[in-house]
Design a protein around this ligand. Structure first.
Ligand SMILES: Cc1cc2nc3c(=O)[nH]c(=O)nc-3n(C[C@H](O)[C@H](O)[C@H](O)COP(=O)(O)O)c2cc1C
Length: 323
């Protein structure tokens, strides 16, 4: 399938694996890219720019296809060494970066000078237009369904994508709630040039996470995610578990007085415990409503091939016959 996104990134299928903390290691990105989609290494999971450089080199040993790096700009008292990470990306010869979080404007000139294409993740039309205005090459439009941070507007993709389609000139992919060929066809119908998946790619054979995490995703339904940190204006969609219920009880109790320190036990340092040790109840970890559509643990190649076959069957079979 050819779209503006496959052209932009030089990939076979219009599917991207979004950055995921402690999931987006070289194994994940390489498996997705080898399947003809676009895999991304998650930059900040690597503790230092040097470690990111090594991860990029490791990924290059596992694939000769294009892959990228996610760089998440977090509001932090002591920010990570962003200039160092960007240097590692450029020196590693990576030509695609997914930015997320704060406005990436400051970093665009150096990325552009080095021939890096930038896709910025946005949860609203106004942020998407800003990304276009500052010179991003594409946008990943992340709807309310998404795992991770859906923003504070709560607009689901059935509205957000066509709205983005009405306003944007640059290509965009649909992100949040995407799982299969049906998602891809729907995303294309709503004006997107492809789709980005997070949660779905965790339940694959190659995802470098503990089997308990994959099983938790297969076992969960669309009713099993919760929104946390709303009162901090840092809303995150996570998989429900007793630690999340504890956190939500504190949120209800403290209301507008809640501070980050009150919930630090449920949110800080959780990812290595969950993803590496398989302690899925260790705290709050991102997960999309799309868990309700995930019933198996295929290889990335099987997953991507199945999506493309299903999308083709829907377009050529079911939809074409309706007219
Ligand atoms: C476990 C997990 C960790 C994530 N970590 C990050 C991250 O570090 N940076 C980022 O930009 N997005 C992160 N995301 C969001 C994904 O890149 C993607 O936008 C989102 O998962 C899409 O929604 P979906 O899960 O419904 O497919 C994460 C998502 C999950 C499920």
């Amino acid at each position: 399938m050819k779209t503006r996104i496959t052209d932009l990134f030089g990939i076979e299928h219009p599917i991207i694996q979004g950055g995921m903390h402690f999931v987006g290691l070289a194994e994940m990105a390489a498996a997705v890219s080898n399947a003809g989609a676009l895999g991304l290494i998650t930059g900040l999971t690597q503790r230092t720019p040097e470690a990111l450089g090594k991860e990029i080199a490791r990924c290059r040993e596992m694939t000769d296809k294009p892959f990228g790096v996610n760089l998440t700009f977090l509001p932090a008292v002591t920010p990570p060494d962003y200039p160092g990470y960007i240097q590692a990306i450029i020196e590693g010869g990576v030509k695609i970066v997914e930015t997320a979080g704060n406005n990436p404007q400051k970093w665009l000139p150096v990325l552009k000078e080095n021939g890096v294409k930038v896709i910025h993740k946005c949860t609203s039309v106004r942020h998407s237009l800003k990304a276009e205005a500052i010179g991003c090459d594409a946008v990943s439009v992340d709807g309310f369904e998404c795992g991770g941070h859906p923003g504070e507007d709560d607009v689901p993709n059935f509205i957000l994508l066509p709205r983005a389609g009405e306003e944007l000139k640059i290509p965009f992919v649909a992100s949040g709630g995407m799982a299969d060929g049906r998602s891809l066809v729907a995303a294309l119908a709503m004006g997107a040039d492809g789709m980005n998946m997070g949660t779905r790619f965790i339940a694959t054979k190659e995802a470098p996470v503990h089997p308990h995490v994959k099983q938790a995703i297969v076992d969960a339904t669309e009713l099993d995610t919760r929104l946390i940190m709303r009162s901090l204006r840092n809303t995150e969609r996570v998989l429900d578990n007793p630690a999340v219920e504890r956190l939500l009880a504190k949120e209800r109790e403290l209301g507008a007085n809640l501070k980050f320190e009150d919930i630090i036990g449920e949110v800080a340092g959780v990812y290595p415990k969950v993803m590496q040790d398989g302690d899925v109840g260790a705290g709050a970890w991102s997960c999309g409503m799309v868990v309700g559509l995930i019933h198996d643990i295929p290889s990335c190649q099987e997953l991507v091939d199945r999506i493309m076959q299903e999308a083709t069957d829907i377009i050529r079979g079911r939809l074409d016959k309706l007219i």
